[in-house]
Design a protein around this ligand. Structure first.
Ligand code: ADP
Ligand code: ZN
Ligand code: ZN
Length: 734
């Protein structure tokens, strides 16, 4: 009796707030929940996820289409990940199909099988092993290949060889000489087991923290590990992971986007012979899929990744670590706007395992949760080894003459540090040469035609670039408005600072680390290595250089421009400023030399700056918490932000007004709707941007209101012209 054949509810990728019903193909015995299916949808063929099997549909059977193809006989979304996605879809009010899509590697989303591909590897033959590289000095490419394979006796894949610019022809030449041969394998060859690095002897604080964490293995327990910079948090993670692995459990480590350098991963690989899977956005789709498969099959014991790795299936997950939990990169800022840190708590609860949020500068939300005893608060208050915390000094800029953004006292201190053979680190969170090009005659400035923003001047190559939309212009030869040929670069950014320091200190090597200098694959790694080897003495960087790195030779940190963070309109700006200063400062004096931090400011008496440098981040953070309480801002209440953008002035505003009108009758006096108002940067990339802020004292109130409101917004459809989005728990108002 075909009419009783079950119906499957399928989540499809797209802006759909419902699942779709399909009939099953009788030939397939089983459609597991969480498996991928191929279906026809309108005129398109889509890949969706099986969400449920039901007996009835609200549509007539004749109207239902049959599923075209089942792609997985085992669920691709394991039950725990399936549940996590459902939770996230409910909480962030984001379409389930889109959440599933975000949780899967791209190739799986496109329908590929979750199998490791056969890859061709090359290795040295017995006669190849006997060759000496120097005999090939007249054949550089062959020599390079020989050296590479000598360094990697287990063999290297053709992809890897290509990354090292080895051509097919070179491979064939050595193959013809029978020095190398190829083999095919499905798995990445595991590196030859290295001598394991020994764990360090923990100090008392570290021991206490470690045992608190490991005693809770097997049960859900969230921890805030607040450890000052250089206190040895990573050592605690490593030893906690070791115990977790000993119990046959696996560990997931999430780290911020910019901390995921080969050095970080090496710290784990040097300690463990266990297979480690690494997942981040710099990998290609194939690499990501392979790491994902290793994790899902239980072939990796440690999974290290950025934000989206929170969705990696891991059998027997025993421990989750979020390093630098305050970092903004854990929050996805477009499309499916989730917080990987918050999802980690949900995931740990479901997996019944401990989750450690580690940082020197806890986010106010996490601190609040720890103060309310929702999280267990652990602390490391001493630097590990013999290093001492750095001392802070404010440089009052008010009566100073600046040279390229540098004050006399700072230049003097830099010189002193260099004379002593130390490294210095100068921090300015702005890349390019100068943030503004100005005509002194008429006041004309270089503005982006698509954004409410100045164009940044870049040198080498010389361009004006908008940092908000990427718009690029040639540098005009004269002022566009009065033809004055002498345009002035105003303000400083990394390139200008680099140039100035090279002039002041011609005998020292200067390194600049920002997004521009590290664009090529491997370049960040090369620069970091130069720093570690002591080849450069002056390091200039944006926040890329601020986080996580351990540079034992740095004794002086100079923070050039803090004031913009003190007076920003964004509610999270002062929190971020305190975190950034503390993190940058934490690069100073991590070895045996004492660290000093110099902060240049026009507002040396600012109470927040005073609190930060005299009493440290915890006092500073509690001071801002008080401000947040007064202003009724998170974590004291909950926010949801609707954003809209449109190419005309009115449409974005109109759509938010409609959302407001739909929402007002539902508030029950529990939800406040503020706005709509223009976004702080009203025009960006040709669009006008608006926002509607919604807040409630308690999370359930806000959630219930959103659950009632969103179905009503089906008719407030985004169009090609107008887009709107919802951000639950926004971390800024930008
Ligand atoms: P954090 O992550 O807290 O900033 P790290 O884990 O990077 O700190 O540790 C800072 C330095 O201290 C590292 O060089 C690390 O090897 C060292 N260290 C950590 N724990 C100990 C210890 N118990 N004894 C000696 N050195 C340690
Ligand atoms: Zn722009
Ligand atoms: Zn002019």
């Amino acid at each position: 009796m075909t009419h009783t054949a079950p119906i499957l509810k399928i989540a499809l990728p797209g802006p759909f707030r419902q699942t779709f019903d399909y009939l099953i193909n009788d030939l397939e015995p089983d459609y597991p929940i969480g498996a991928r299916v191929q279906v026809s949808f309108g005129r398109k063929t889509l890949i969706g996820i099986v969400c449920a099997r039901v007996g009835k549909s609200s549509l007539k059977r004749e109207q239902l289409k049959a599923i075209q193809k089942l792609l997985d006989h085992k669920p691709i979304l394991t039950p725990d990940i399936f549940k996590l996605c459902n939770w996230a879809s409910d909480y962030y009010h984001h379409p389930l199909g889109e959440v599933f899509a975000a949780a899967l590697p791209t190739l799986l989303r496109q329908g590929e099988a979750p199998e490791l591909r056969q890859t061709r590897f090359w290795k040295l033959t017995a006669s190849g092993l006997l060759q000496e590289a120097k005999t090939l000095s007249s054949a550089r490419r062959q020599q390079a290949l020989l050296l590479l394979l000598q360094a990697n006796p287990a063999g290297l894949s053709e992809d890897t060889l290509r990354e090292h610019e080895i051509t097919r022809q070179t491979i064939h030449t050595l193959a013809n000489k029978q020095w190398i041969n190829s083999f095919e394998t499905t798995c990445l060859p595991t590196p030859a087991s290295r001598a394991e690095e020994k764990p360090l002897t923990l100090n008392l604080e570290q021991q206490q923290v470690l045992s608190a964490i490991t005693e809770s293995l097997g049960t859900f327990k969230p921890f805030l590990l607040e450890g000052i910079t250089g206190s040895g948090k990573t050592e605690v993670y490593l030893q906690a992971i070791a115990l977790c692995l000993q119990q046959g459990l696996r560990a997931l480590v999430l780290i911020p986007e910019i901390s995921l350098t080969p050095q970080t991963v090496d710290r784990f690989k040097q300690r463990f012979n266990n297979a480690t899977a690494v997942l981040h956005s710099g990998m290609n789709d194939r690499e990501r899929l392979e790491a994902w498969i290793m994790a899902k099959n239980g072939e990796a014991d440690i999974i290290i990744g950025t934000r989206s790795a929170i969705f990696t299936p891991i059998p027997n997950l025993g421990l989750i670590i979020i390093d630098e939990e305050h970092d903004a990169s854990f929050k996805q800022q477009d499309g499916f706007r989730y917080s990987a840190r918050d999802l980690a708590i949900v995931r740990a609860q479901a997996a019944a395992c401990p989750v450690v949020l580690g940082t020197a500068t806890p986010s106010l939300t996490t601190l609040f949760n720890a103060d309310r005893r929702r999280y267990h608060h652990l602390a490391l208050t001493q630097r590990a080894g013999h290093a001492l915390p750095p001392s802070y000094h404010l440089i009052d800029l008010r009566r100073q003459k600046l040279q390229h953004g540098l004050s006399e006292p700072l230049l003097h201190e830099i010189q002193q540090a260099l004379i002593r053979g130390h490294q210095v680190l100068l921090f300015i969170n702005r890349r390019g040469y100068a943030p503004l090009l100005l005509c002194h005659v008429c006041g004309w400035t270089g503005r982006c035609e698509h954004c409410d923003a100045n164009l940044t001047l870049h040198q080498a190559p010389t361009y004006l670039i908008c940092h908000h939309c990427g718009h690029t212009e040639r540098v005009p030869a004269h002022c566009a408005s009065c033809q004055n040929p002498h345009l002035v670069a105003v303000g400083i950014a990394t390139e200008r600072l680099e140039q100035a320091l090279k002039e002041y200190f011609p005998d020292n090597d200067v390194i600049r680390i920002d997004r521009d200098s590290t664009r090529r694959k491997g370049s960040l790694d090369n620069l970091l290595q130069k720093i570690h080897q002591g080849k450069s003495q002056i390091l200039i960087g944006t926040q890329m250089l601020a986080k996580g790195h351990h540079f034992p030779r740095v004794s002086l940190v100079g923070i050039l421009d803090t004031d913009s963070g003190l007076f920003s309109s964004d509610f999270s700006a002062s929190e971020r400023l305190g975190q950034l200063i503390t993190q940058v400062a934490g690069r100073a004096g991590r070895g045996s030399i004492k660290g000093n931090v110099y902060i240049q400011t026009y507002h040396p008496d600012h109470p927040l700056l005073q609190a930060l440098i005299h009493y440290g981040y915890p006092t500073f953070a509690r001071q801002i918490l008080e401000e947040r309480l007064v202003a009724q801002l998170p974590p004291f209440n909950c926010l949801a932000l609707f954003r809209a953008e449109s190419p005309t002035l009115e449409q974005g505003m109109e759509i938010l007004e409609k959302i407001k009108q739909a929402g007002l009758p539902l508030t029950d006096n529990a939800v406040q709707i503020l706005g709509p108002i223009p976004a702080p940067m009203q025009k960006r990339a040709k669009n006008y941007r608006y926002q509607l802020l919604c807040r409630a004292a308690h999370r359930p109130q806000l959630q219930q209101w959103l659950s009632k409101l969103l179905p009503l917004l089906q008719h407030v459809k985004p169009s090609k012209q107008v887009k709107w989005s919802l951000d639950v728990d926004p971390i800024d108002m930008f």
